[in-house]
Design a binder for this molecule. Structure first.
Ligand code: GLU
Length: 419
C-alpha cells in the first residue's frame, strides 16, 4: 500500500486541498502539507508466550513540525498501516494548530489486535517498538500518547524503555502516563470531557439545552465514549444507546451509565448488558436522537448510511468517523457537525498540559486543568463558527481553514529552508 492509498488519507488530502482553495491559502503551503515530513516503518519482532517469534509492522509518521514538536497517539489495531497512520498524523497537525498548541502533528501504531496478546506479550511489543522508534521521538522532537488499543500502562512501558536507553528518566517523552509517574490529572477523561463540552457549545448555538429531554447515542464505549456518557448523563441527558464491536444496547429511558461501565469492565463488551434491548450499530446510527457521538473509529458513517442519521448534533469523538461524502449528506439534512479536530481535541490539549507540567516539574489541580481545557475548546469552537460564517462553509471545512491559517502564518515566518 502506498502512502496515499487509504480512504482516510484520500479524505484528509481532499479536505486539505478544499480548505486551501476556499480559504484562499498559498498553494505553496498546501503543497508542503500534502506530504508527511518523515515516516518510519519498523519491524517489531517479539517472542510469544508459547516460545514462537512473531513480527508485527509498526509506524511513526511525523506530518508537520512547524509549530513545535510532533504530537499524536500510538494505535494498536489490525487496521493500522502506513497510509492510515499518515492521515492521522496530518489530522494531528490540524488539530494542534486549530486549538492553538505549540505542537506539530504525528501518529504511530502497530498492526496488531491487542486482544490477541497477553500482558507480557504486549509489554514486549511496546518495549521493542519504543526501541525501534527511539531515534525519532523525545520531549522536544515528537511526543507519543495513547490512542485506540493503548493506555496509560502502554505509555509507562514506553517511557521506561526510552529512559533505559537514555540512562535517566525522561517523563516528557510520552503523555497519557499514569499519575504515579508524571501523568496529569484529568488526562484519562479529557477526550470524552472535551466531547461533552463541545456538545454543550453546539446545543447553546442551536438554542437547545442539555437536560432530561436530550437523548444521546454513542458509538464506542471506551476511553472517549465512557467519560462523554458520564458527563452528559451527569448533566441530565438520557444516553439511550451505546455500541461497540459486539453490537449496541438501547433503552429509551436512558441507560444506567455507571452500571454499563461496570458491565464492560467485567465482560469487555456492551452486548448482554441487562436492562437494555440489543440493537445493531447501524440501528444506533439511525436513531432519532438529539446527539449522536461516533467515538470509536474512522469511516463508520459513509455515503451508504449517512442518509439514515437523524441527530441534530453529530459530535465526531473519533478521528474521521464520517467520510467526506457522509459529511455532505448529514450537513444537507440539517445536522450540526462538530468536526473531529475540534471535538476530540480535549485529549491532546490535556496531553499538552501534562507535557508542560512535566517540563516544569510543577503539577496543577484538576479544577485548573478542566477550566483551561474548557476555555481552549470554547475559544476554538468560536473560531470554527466564525470561520464557517466568514467563508460560508460547514464546520468541518471551517476547522480545516482556521487550522491552516495558523500553520500558514508560521510557515511564512519560518520560510522554506534552503530558501
Ligand atoms: N490519540 C489522541 C488523538 O488522536 C491524543 C493524542 C495526544 O494526546 O497526543 O488526539
Amino acid at each position: 500500500m502506498s502512502l496515499f492509498d487509504s480512504p482516510l488519507f484520500k479524505d484528509s488530502f481532499d479536505q486539505l486541498e478544499m480548505a486551501g482553495s476556499v480559504g484562499g491559502l498559498d498553494p505553496n503551503i498546501i503543497e508542503r502539507l500534502k506530504y508527511p515530513k518523515r515516516a518510519l516503518q519498523v519491524a517489531v519482532p517479539i517472542r510469544l508466550d508459547d516460545g514462537q517469534v512473531k513480527t508485527f509492522m509498526g509506524y511513526r509518521v511525523q506530518h508537520n513540525m512547524t509549530l513545535g514538536p510532533g504530537k499524536g497517539g500510538i494505535r494498536y489495531h489490525p487496521g493500522v498501516d502506513l497510509s492510515e497512520t499518515a492521515a492521522l498524523a496530518m489530522l494531528m497537525t490540524f488539530k494542534c494548530a486549530l486549538v492553538g498548541l505549540p505542537l506539530g502533528g504525528a501518529k504511530g501504531g502497530i498492526q496488531v489486535d491487542p486482544n490477541d496478546l497477553s500482558r507480557q506479550e504486549l509489554q514486549s511489543l511496546t518495549r521493542r517498538f519504543a526501541t525501534e522508534i527511539s531515534m525519532v521521538v523525545g520531549p522536544s522532537i515528537d511526543i507519543p500518547a495513547p490512542d485506540i488499543g493503548t493506555n496509560g500502562q502502554t505509555m509507562a512501558w514506553f517511557m521506561d524503555t526510552y529512559s533505559q536507553l537514555k540512562g535517566y528518566t525522561v517523563p516528557g517523552v510520552v503523555t497519557g502516563k499514569p499519575i504515579g509517574i508524571g501523568g496529569s490529572l484529568g488526562r484519562a477523561e479529557s477526550t470524552g470531557k472535551g466531547v461533552a463540552y463541545c456538545v454543550n457549545f453546539a446545543a447553546q448555538k442551536l438554542g437547545m439545552t442539555i437536560d432530561s429531554k436530550t437523548s444521546v447515542a454513542i458509538h464506542g464505549f471506551g476511553k472517549v465514549g465512557i467519560p462523554a456518557a458520564e458527563d452528559l448523563s451527569a448533566q441530565g441527558a438520557r444516553v439511550v444507546a451505546v455500541g461497540d464491536v459486539s453490537g449496541a444496547i438501547y433503552n429509551e429511558n436512558g441507560l444506567d451509565i455507571a452500571a454499563a461501565k461496570q458491565y464492560v469492565r467485567e465482560n469487555g463488551v456492551v452486548a448482554g448488558f441487562p436492562g437494555a434491548t440489543a440493537i445493531s450499530n447501524e440501528d444506533l446510527f439511525g436513531l432519532d436522537v438529539d446527539v449522536l457521538i461516533p467515538a470509536a473509529i474512522d469511516g463508520v458513517i459513509t455515503e451508504a448510511n449517512a442518509g439514515n442519521v437523524k441527530a441534530k448534533i453529530i459530535a465526531e469523538g473519533a478521528n474521521g468517523p464520517l467520510t467526506k461524502e457522509a459529511i455532505d449528506i448529514v450537513s444537507a439534512n440539517g445536522s450540526f457537525l462538530i468536526p473531529d479536530i475540534l471535538c476530540n481535541a480535549g485529549g491532546v490539549i490535556v496531553s499538552y498540559f501534562e507535557w508542560v507540567q512535566g517540563l516544569q516539574n510543577f503539577f496543577w489541580g484538576l479544577d485548573e486543568i478542566n477550566k483551561k481545557l474548557h476555555d481552549i475548546l470554547a475559544q476554538s469552537f468560536k473560531t470554527c463558527v466564525d470561520t464557517a460564517d466568514e467563508f460560508k462553509v460547514d464546520m468541518k471545512k471551517a476547522a480545516f481553514i482556521a487550522a491552516l491559517k495558523r500553520i500558514d502564518r508560521a510557515m511564512r515566518l519560518r520560510g522554506l529552508f534552503p530558501s
